[in-house]
Every structure is written in C-alpha cells, then in structure tokens.
Design a protein around this ligand. Structure first.
Ligand SMILES: Cc1ncc(COP(=O)(O)OP(=O)(O)O)c(N)n1
Ligand SMILES: Cc1nc(C(=O)O)sc1CCOP(=O)(O)O
Ligand SMILES: [Mg+2]
Length: 224
C-alpha cells in the first residue's frame, strides 16, 4: 500500500541555495510551517553524499510523519534510505523499471513537459506513476536546461487531464511568492518550489506565506 502523499507545498531542496544553513536545518524549519513534502535534489552530490543527505532530511521530518521524503533521480539511494519515493525525469531511468525496483509501497513522480509526455504517462499500467511534475511552468535559473515554459494556461490543461487520469499533478518551475496563487489556480494538487524557500532568510515565514497564496489561488479557481 502506497502511503498518502500530500503535494500541497512540495519543497525541492538545493544544497547550495540553503547555505550557510544545512539542508536539514532548512527542512526542519519549513515542515513546521506548512511544507507538506520534500524532494532531496543535489545534482553535485555523489551517490554516497546524496544517501547521507537524504538521511539527514529524513531525521529532520521525523516529527512530521505525514511529510514524504522523495529522492530526485537516484533510485538506488531511495531504496537504500528507505525513502517514501523517487522522482525521475524523461531522461532518467524508465518509470516502469523504476517501479519494479522500488516496489509498490513507494511514491513515483515523473516530469511531464507536453501533452504527448502526459499521454504516455497516462497510458502506463495503473500504479506505475503516482504524480506528474508539470514543468517548467515558468523559466527558472535553478534549472536552465528545462524546456520552454508551459505558462499557466497550458499547465492548467495538463493538470486537468492528469487529474482526470488519476494522477497527482504538481506545478514546478519559476514559482515565486508572487506567482504562487496563479500557479495554484491552474488546478494542480500542489506547487513545487526551490528558490522561493531555500535561500530565504526566514524559510519558515516564506513557507507560511506560500501556503496563504495557495489558499488564495485555489479560492480564485473555484470562484471562476
Ligand atoms: C516534482 C518535480 N517535477 C519535475 C522535476 C524535474 O525532474 P527532471 O526533469 O528529471 O530534472 P532534474 O530535477 O533531475 O534536474 C523534479 N525534480 N520534480
Ligand atoms: C527541479 C526543477 N525541475 C524543473 C523542471 O522544469 O523540470 S524546474 C526545477 C527547479 C525549480 O526551481 P524554482 O522553484 O526555484 O524555479
Ligand atoms: Mg531527473
């Protein structure tokens, strides 16, 4: 049985942007302030370093059992750390093979940047993928190699189709505090952020303000 996954405010960590604080210190602060899921992402870490980093993040959320810890890219690290899940992109390991490696009890996320990629995800055997990251909604310096920006209107169309097909949909890419309500109003289940939280002087305050913007965006969507 897959444990429940709350994607409302999904933090993707960036070790460099958290400095001089540790990733774990930032995560500890924000899970007490409304971050509902954490993805450990460090494109510069060795597998050994990523495993150690993941364990520090797991320890940081130990008082928040509803907060899932997901590992970016590294399926081996996710399994070794007994993480709640893994997130892969279109150029990472194929999701059907990732599912076979992680078993039925872990969460699997996949990046989706077009209707064709979403259709392929929806055509997979049920239970292969749990979540799609609609990416990037806006351009972002954190991932300069991401494809062209979808924009909120296309993200909304993809979110509707993904959710109709039983997948969790999250928006990622360029979501600042100023854009959080607009991102939430696309109808996604949650928003993912890196730079809106990691480098902030008060990451907990940033998380609280993002949660307020998510509420505002969801209300605006309902009122339409
Ligand atoms: C939730 C979520 N969505 C998309 C991504 C991007 O994944 P990917 O395309 O594999 O790029 P990298 O993050 O590996 O650089 C993500 N990490 N999380
Ligand atoms: C990890 C990641 N993946 C993306 C994609 O488009 O696939 S954008 C991204 C980073 C998002 O950082 P920020 O919230 O600071 O814009
Ligand atoms: Mg990847």
């Amino acid at each position: 049985m897959r444990p429940p996954f709350d994607p409302t405010l999904y933090l993707v960590t960036d070790t460099g942007l958290c400095r001089p604080r540790s990733v774990a210190d930032v995560v500890r602060a924000v899970v007490a302030a409304g971050v509902t899921a954490v993805q450990v992402r460090d494109k510069h870490a060795s597998r050994r370093e990523l495993l150690a980093l993941t364990r520090t993040v797991q320890a940081a959320v130990v008082d928040h059992p509803g907060v899932a810890v997901v590992v970016n890219d590294a399926v081996d690290v996710a399994v070794l750390a007994d993480a709640d899940g893994v997130h892969v992109g279109q150029d990472d390991l194929p999701v059907e093979e990732v599912r076979a490696l992680i078993g039925a009890d872990r969460h699997l996320g996949l990046s989706v940047s077009s209707a064709a990629e979403l259709d392929a995800a929806l055509a997979l055997p049920p239970g292969t993928v749990d979540l799609v990251g609609l990416s990037p909604v806006w351009e972002t310096p954190v991932k300069p190699d991401a494809g062209p920006a979808l924009g909120p209107a296309r993200a909304a169309t993809l979110a509707t189709a993904a959710r109709a097909g039983g997948l969790i949909a999250v928006a990622i890419g360029g979501i600042t505090l100023d854009r959080a309500a607009e991102a939430a109003a696309t109808g996604v289940d949650g928003i993912c952020v890196v730079a809106a939280v990691c480098p902030e002087a008060d990451p907990a305050g940033a998380a609280r303000r993002l949660r307020e913007e998510i509420v505002r965006g969801r209300l605006a969507q309902v009122a339409r």
